[in-house]
Ligand binder design. Structure first.
Ligand code: NAD
Length: 495
């Protein structure tokens, strides 16, 4: 197996690191003190050591963003749009470098990393287009005597906290609408994957984003960061993507300053296959919904419910696909799945599979840890998973497909909705009526109908129940960074 050249890695990494002083306001580039060590999960080696920001430095970043923000809020929308458009173009011009960096620090195969660059850059393009279409309107008072104008103003300094699983897209999905709306930002990427964000923000600088507008704070001390920064009165908004438990903590903190809050939290997606589904479409859709990002996606198919009549054929088809996935370093050619993010993730897969098998689930493929180094786990299919198995009740976040059988539509809806989380759901059926009826009854923010990859920049992405608050992408994503204000104008009758 050939490993592709590492030259672009070094170039992108050194670009990310040598320019980081320009994007992290007030922070040293290569710290002389403590560092955040970034590991390549495929080789278990340290690939970079970058500054571990102190609380004082994080507050410097807030001060810098505060200063840059007032000017940016007054910058014409067309100028903001042009800068974002140029950033999009630079991300696409440097697509290969960004992709290699994503693979190095996060592990996904290059082909998926390239797809993430296109997906992540698309948010920047989308919001370059939305920036010049701010909505506002005039309203009539029912009793007359006055008119109102409703306007949208930038919400203000926004703190953006992102996870490791999509190091580019989770950052651009927040930064681009914030900038389009006229806000400045402090971004805290996950300590596991900060390099892609640093490099992307360097490209934003090259695109003409003014200094101080986007500040990246890398730190191993996430809770100290949020305790200090979210209490700062200059901050007006927090947008977080990550686990529900951390989201809950941040909402408590946000309550103190009554911060506008957007929360993209954990998922527990049901994927439902009815007897009348097109088998190939269902198997392929389930495979993609499960295996994108090695299963480390918030909208990953978590509980796969298959109707009795099609269950055997479905499990056979899915097993064949999963067993044929090439698992190796994501930089090599032809790889279908790279490593998981860390050792803990591998241990968690082993534990979940052992528990399910103990409780009577059938192991159709996988359940093994390929030779290291690196944090690899074999794509796994479990059939006849009992409802009390842990794998049926937790966010798996890895390459384990857990299949359960069901009999009737009502039964599967009840089981699918039996969770506090409500991010994504999937339905496979050839009946349009059934697809829409089931989609209506699923308690989730989004539903993939006969397809496993529903996300895109034009979609109002987000969860209900404990999967979150607010939406990212689409016009709604811009509104997350805007406050509505109204002027009430008294009118004197002239006739
Ligand atoms: P995580 O909650 O552990 O961490 C997410 C981010 O929050 C990281 O940057 C981390 O450093 C930071 N963080 C942790 N504790 C913090 C604190 N007290 N204060 C401030 N920041 C803190 O999640 P993760 O393991 O990085 O990501 C996986 C989770 O993210 C899964 O639950 C997944 O479903 C969810 N996710 C959701 C979406 C979505 O759009 N809904 C997208 C991707 C991931």
């Amino acid at each position: 197996m050939t490993v592709t050249s590492t030259a672009p890695v070094r170039e992108a990494e050194s670009a990310a690191l040598s320019r980081s002083d320009a994007v992290i306001a007030g922070l040293p580039t290569l710290a002389t003190g403590p560092t955040v060590e970034v590991r390549d999960p495929a080789t278990d080696t340290v690939i970079a050591a970058i500054a571990d920001a102190t609380v004082a430095q994080a507050l410097d970043a807030v001060a810098t963003a505060d200063e840059a923000g007032s000017q940016w809020a007054r910058t014409p929308a067309r100028t903001r749009a042009d800068v974002l458009r140029r950033w999009y173009e630079l991300l696409m011009e440097r697509r290969e470098d960004v992709a290699v960096l994503i693979t190095r620090e996060m592990g996904k195969p290059l082909v998926e990393a390239r797809a993430e660059v296109a997906y992540g850059a698309d948010f920047v393009r989308w919001y370059s287009e939305e920036a010049v279409r701010p909505r506002g309107d005039a309203r009539e008072l029912p009793l007359g005597g006055a008119q109102m104008i409703a306007r949208r103003a930038p919400v203000g300094l926004s703190v953006l906290i992102t996870p490791w699983n999509f190091p580019l897209a989770m950052a651009t999905r927040k930064i681009a609408p914030a900038l389009a709306a006229g806000c400045s930002v402090v971004v805290k990427p996950a300590a596991l994957t900060p390099l892609t964000t640093i490099f992307a923000v360097e490209l934003a600088r090259q695109a003409g984003v003014p200094d101080g507008l986007i500040n990246v704070v890398t730190t191993n001390s996430a809770s100290q960061f949020s305790e200090a920064v979210l209490r700062d009165p200059r901050v007006r908004k927090v947008s977080f993507t990550g686990s529900t438990s951390v989201g809950r903590t941040l909402l408590r903190l946000a309550a103190e300053n009554i911060l506008r809050s957007s929360m993209e939290l954990g998922g527990n997606a049901p994927l439902i296959v009815f007897d009348d589904a097109d088998l190939d479409r269902a198997v392929t859709g389930a495979f993609h919904a499960k295996m994108r990002n090695g299963g480390q996606s918030c909208i990953a198919a978590n509980r796969i419910f298959v109707q009795d009549g099609i269950a055997d054929a479905f499990v056979e088809g899915l097993t064949e696909k999963m067993a044929n996935v090439v698992v190796a370093n994501g930089l090599a050619d032809g790889v279908g799945m790279g490593p998981l993010i860390d050792e803990r993730a591998v241990a968690s897969m082993s534990r979940l599979v052992a528990d399910a098998v103990d409780r009577g689930a059938a192991l159709h493929t996988g359940g093994t840890q390929p030779e290291g180094p690196g944090y690899f786990y074999a794509p796994t299919v479990l059939g006849d998973v009992p409802p009390d198995a842990e794998v049926a009740n937790t966010e798996i976040f890895g390459p384990v497909a857990a299949v359960q059988r069901f009999g009737t539509e009502n039964e599967v809806i009840r089981r699918a909705n039996d969770t506090e989380l409500g991010l994504a759901g999937y339905v496979f059926t050839e009946s349009l009526d059934r697809a829409l009826n089931v989609a209506d009854r699923l308690e989730t923010g989004l539903v993939g109908i006969n397809q496993g990859v529903p996300s895109n920049a034009a979609a109002p992405f987000g969860g209900i129940k404990q999967s979150g608050l607010g939406r990212e992408g689409s016009a709604e994503g811009l509104e997350e960074y805007q406050s509505i204000r109204f002027y009430n104008i008294a009118r004197r009758a002239t006739h």
